[in-house]
Design a binder for this molecule. Structure first.
Ligand code: DGL
Length: 271
């Protein structure tokens, strides 16, 4: 479709285990309105958050092969679990820019935190990988990181329970230890969590929230600029095409909640 275009007119590939990465796609659309996007949601194999490093890396490789076949100019891993487990593997094995969500999120948090106490919430797999801790260690020795896994948040968002009593109670339980630690900045270390931002902000009053999706869009712009790969034609409206590994209708319905615009969704079976 975009295969014969000049290098900078090629699309950007974005992938996630499911719909959550659409928060990143939405930020990329906003920050880079001239870019075309190919999004892959691995809906047949979601969640990644309870799977092993080797499984998630194998899935990430299959998806990247698919995106490379679609002639993308860069790959954005719009999933915290896949970024934690597979980013270095993809960088070693694919000859194009690979941007994950961890580094941009950590950099943003460090720039925002005044008291040096940063919290991060995510899936069990992401937390156990300690990826955020390792990244922070590279950037600063002055900041302290406190992690909490919140396994019920993804199903709550997927079931559109982004507010209400049950969601608040669960969020209070998950966030209590972080509140006790006196964090002043919280990284939303899972693609679904920006949808819960109002509930989280109510519980952690005054705590700055880092939505990695915005930081990722900025990191992507920087890389594309450096490599002269930014699409030209500022006024052109971008196109987003989504591929999923399970039912496209279901994905199409829930994707509106994230992207707020109609998208075309196609099913593809990865070998
Ligand atoms: N996209 C995943 C992440 O950001 C959350 C959903 C899942 O567990 O697959 O970690």
């Amino acid at each position: 479709m975009w295969g014969m275009n000049a290098p900078n007119q090629r699309p950007i590939g974005i992938f996630d285990s499911g719909v959550g990465g659409l928060t990143v796609a939405a930020s990329v659309r906003k920050a880079l309105p001239s870019e075309n996007i190919i999004y892959f949601g691995d809906t047949a194999r979601v969640p990644y958050g309870n799977k092993s490093r080797s499984t998630v890396t194998r899935f990430s490789g299959q998806i990247s092969d698919f995106l490379v076949e679609k002639n993308v100019k860069a790959i954005v891993i719009a999933c915290n679990t896949a970024s934690s487990f597979s980013q270095s593997y993809l960088r070693r094995n694919y000859d194009l820019p690979v941007i994950g969500v961890i580094k941009p999120g950590v950099e943003k948090a460090v720039s925002l935190s005044k008291n040096g106490r940063i919290g991060v919430i995510g899936t069990e797999a992401m937390v156990s990988s300690r990826a955020y801790e390792k990244e922070l260690f590279k950037i600063s020795s002055k900041h302290k990181l406190f992690q909490e896994s919140c396994p019920l948040f993804v199903p709550l968002v997927e079931n559109r329970m982004t507010s209400g009593e049950i969601t608040s109670k669960i969020a209070e339980k998950y966030l209590r230890p972080l509140k006790r630690r006196g964090i002043d900045t919280l990284i939303l270390g899972c693609t679904h969590y920006p949808m819960l931002r109002p509930v989280l902000s109510e519980i952690l009053e005054g705590v700055k929230m880092v939505d990695s999706s915005e930081a990722v869009a900025e990191a992507l712009r920087k890389v594309l600029e450096e490599r002269h790969l930014l699409a030209c034609g500022k006024r052109r409206k971008n196109r987003t095409v989504c591929y999923v590994s399970d039912d496209p209708l279901k994905f199409g319905k829930i994707s509106g909640m994230f992207l707020k615009c109609p998208v075309s969704v196609r099913k593809v079976v990865l070998a």
